[in-house]
Ligand binder design. Structure first.
Ligand code: FAD
Length: 284
């Protein structure tokens, strides 16, 4: 197995030109190394882009957020935890694995790995994030998350392509508060059995103007809950709304998950929505 450590974007494209169908980018390695140990993949070439400065930066501008592909969960949490519209991202990033895992694992690695249980998949859908892709000929393109995650462990990257970062249209979410909660086997170091993200815009009197909800670890790719989003508009975050949203969420989970998981996943919806509402109320 060969390895390359490009230090500039040009060197990255040169490295990508040598890639075959068996080659892999390695970021934090917290998924890939385990897959290699298990013999699920045997890369002929590993490309580590961690020394390219542009891939390590977070750019928080008035109109957009850009996160480089090598930014870790730990760095992301620190940068976004006090920004209401991006708290959901830091909730999710701060709940991944252990501090050691979070100091290596990247949001882009989580998305590229495309596990249905990945915490960043419902986050990606929540914000309509776009992935910035570089190809071996140096061209750059932006792919919306829905076109990037194709199914369990399947993404849209072609041979000779890598993700260099992701962008979120911040203007779209100004004035919103956000939150993410997941339920796992344990409280800590737990792969999500279901995860839920919310973005809510409220008027000064507390009335909800607009809401968006996403669910992860339910279907093979993350899903929205349009029926609950419509219901929330014009209401306040009270116990009645909580009950109604939880009922719709439970029905959505029931209709989208595998029969074997239906019972516990559906029952867990009540607690998940209650936790999420709690966080949203505290953040206004
Ligand atoms: C103990 C433990 C606990 C965990 N807990 C959680 C958890 O709570 N929630 C959760 O969602 N996950 C969890 N994970 C899984 C893992 O940590 C995450 O999915 C992590 O975000 C992966 O990021 P990484 O940088 O380590 O990716 P890597 O392992 O480096 O890569 C993952 C995949 O993405 C590809 N890739 C990475 N970067 C790029 C790029 N720039 N361009 C193209 N392809 C790329 C790689 O080739 C590989 O196929 C856990 C893992 C462990 C070992």
């Amino acid at each position: 197995m060969e390895s390359l450590t490009p230090k500039t974007l040009d060197e990255l494209t040169e490295a990508l030109a040598q890639a075959t169908s068996g080659s892999r980018i390695i970021a934090g390695g917290t998924d890939l190394v385990i897959q290699m140990q298990r013999g699920q993949t045997e890369p002929d070439l590993l490309i580590y882009p961690g020394q390219i400065p542009e891939l390590r930066t977070i750019l928080l501008q008035k109109d957009k957020l850009h996160v480089g592909a090598m930014v870790t969960m730990q760095e992301l949490t620190a940068a976004l935890q006090s920004i209401p519209e991006f708290c959901a991202i830091s909730d999710a990033a701060s709940g991944v694995g252990t501090p050691q895992i979070r100091s290596k694992a990247t949001i882009v690695g989580n998305l590229c790995n495309a596990s249905p249980a990945g915490d960043m998949l419902p986050i990606g859908k929540l914000y309509d994030l776009k992935l910035k892709i570089v190809s071996k000929d140096g061209t750059m393109s932006l792919i919306p998350i829905d076109q990037f995650i194709l199914g369990p462990r399947k993404n849209a990257l072609q041979i000779g392509q890598a993700v260099v970062g992701l962008t979120i249209n911040r203007k779209r979410w100004v004035g919103y508060v956000s939150a993410f909660r997941k339920i796992g086997f344990r409280e800590y170091v737990s792969i999500a059995r279901e995860g839920m993200g919310a973005l809510v815009k409220r008027l000064p009197d507390g009335m909800i103007q607009d809401a968006r909800l996403t669910l992860g670890a339910v279907a093979t790719t993350p899903i929205r809950i349009p029926e609950a989003e419509v219901l929330m508009a014009g209401r306040v975050l009270d116990e009645n709304l909580l009950r109604e949203v939880a009922a719709i969420t439970a029905r959505t989970i029931h209709n989208n998950c595998r029969p074997a998981n239906r019972l516990y996943k559906t029952e867990a919806a009540q607690g998940l929505v209650a936790d999420l509402f709690d966080l949203l109320r505290k953040r206004t």
